[in-house]
Design a protein around this ligand. Sequence first.
Ligand code: ATP
Ligand code: MG
Length: 677
Amino acid sequence: MSQLNPRQQEALAHVSGPLLVLAGAGSGKTSVITQKIAHLIQNCNTPAERITAMTFTNKAAREMKERVKKLLPSEKTRGLTVSTFHQFGLQFLRYELINTPLKGNFSIMDADDSKRLLAELMVRDNLSGAERADMVGKAIKMISDWKNDLVAPEDAERTLTDPEDVIFAHLYGLYERNLRAYNAVDFDDLIVLPARILKDNERVREKWQNRIRYLLVDEYQDTNTAQYELIKLLVGIRARFTVVGDDDQSIYAWRGAKPENMALLKQDFPALHVVKLEQNYRSTNRILASANAVITNNEHIFEKSLWSDKGHGELIRVLSSPDDGVEAERVAKEIVTHRLRHNNSWEQYAVLYRSNFQARVLEAELRSLQVPYKLSGGTSFFARTEIKDVMSYLRIILNPDDDAAFLRIINTPKRGMGSATLEKLGLFAQEHSLSLLSACSHTGLKSAVGAKAGATLASFGEFIEHYTRELYDNPDPMPLVRQMIMETGYIDYIKEDSKTPQQEKNRLDNIESLYSSIHALIDRAEDDDEKSIEAVIRKLVLLDMLEQQQEEENTNKVNLMTLHAAKGLEFDFVYIIGVEEDILPHRNSIVSETVEEERRLMYVGITRARHELTLMYAQKRRAGKEYRQTTPSRFLDELPSDHIDYPAKRQKSADPNKVATDYLANIQAMLAAKRKG
Ligand code: ATP
Ligand code: MG
């Protein structure tokens, strides 16, 4: 990297007190963090293991680590912590286990698991089906908000008056009790528990404050209350930290992020030094002008003005397509021809969108043109519900102590185990230091959970043990795996549970491809040990983790991702698709009047582009069997017209065949509308 500018150097040199770098997109904030880590190690005698840097996504953390490694010889970076807030929290909990309410092999519930648990708790609370359906989502949101605001269940219950909210607060208490009984934590706990321990336990707090001599945080504008609290507790009064952020890129308010945390810093740390960066090193001036023009429509906390020495650059193109299918086809074809013409590589291109569903049509088009692409943040194979379910059956065969797997399958398919019973089972297991599965076959269980539930649990335990015995040391385990899953009733459950025949087929196909992978692993195994079901499941679990990593790997492929996932990244050629009302801004934001957050998302999207930016919208979009007319996004009207190449301007040079077919389609649509009317 070329020399840092004087402002950036100022940020590097300020090492003894609190520092905030407040600056717009592409101005080198993340670069300041990585260079500062190197500076601290190289020039300030700070051992790497005394430095901690935090960010929000795995991808960002990995990239940051790599950037530091390029700056220093490897022996100098040993022991450096660069992680996400959640990874840090997990490490903290493992380290401080005796100070937590948890046991060693605690499990982590993902969002899906939390949802199931809450749904169960609602059944137990006698909430009727209709009420439940729309309440689960709301309950999860409220509970997560409470946790991220560090509000305990007792406090939530005490302060509320609205009867519906009181039910949620009550559920929150139940939910927390169940998590503890299962020796489990959810994602929010990974931040909330460390913050609570640091707050309540002076000895632990001092230890960590001594251990972390310098703390750096990227994307600070997206911290929520719990994360900010964690930062404050880790830095203590010495306050040796650097946080960098851009309030215009705050896009996680819906997850409790508080851009006000930027203003709070000054209050909490009066010695705070603030550095502003204004030169953008990423984009052309037309791209910056567009970003600035859009974002000025928001209320600002801090005014910023970005400039770049990269010249005007190409006009920003706004393209309109007759429908979403054509839109996808157009992006795919454009990328193919553009790449050929300029002799580029695939990875220089990114297609960004507001919601994951928009990727589907696009993926089909890219596949048909044989364009290699990678999808970040979508649902990968191993993250699919049915795969996670079947894998959980296999995981518990591999490890009878896997409580998270147990909880996933004990009621999938339904075995009538209510959450009250499961809580009792959890407590019983805890008292006897057993895993949930082992507790099922304990003779004393019946008196704890009742005869009927006790019998069901015992027979479930026997079922798993039976197959564990049969599967181990079996030279040909595959037919047995099939038989086991069939016998659990899971396949019938899928048939009943699927909402459409297509969904049923997809889910069954997915399970079949899991079976095929098992087959393939067995076929490819070189010796008998490797053919064992144990080795095969172990490999599958590993594959699962690898797939998650691979997804992020920097190979030569077109990048497909949501605007949220694109934060902090940069690409030479960026396409944003579906720039329409109800998509971007998202429909919910229009209803709840939070369009400003969507505008920031648009700002994030625009500022990802280095050389060329194309914004696309479709005139109609498929919704189920029908097409729905759309309206171009209000954000398009906010663009500075001098820098934009609008569709109308280009119409003259457009393909005459295309113009004719569009014209015909329009007339047909009008006629159809008339006939209807
Ligand atoms: P974002 O707000 O999008 O996260 P950022 O402020 O973190 O952006 P960086 O990603 O650090 O910005 O930098 C943007 C680009 O500018 C990178 O390619 C980086 O290498 C380059 N860059 C940063 N500082 C300089 C500099 N002083 N000279 C030249 N290039 C620089
Ligand atoms: Mg950055």
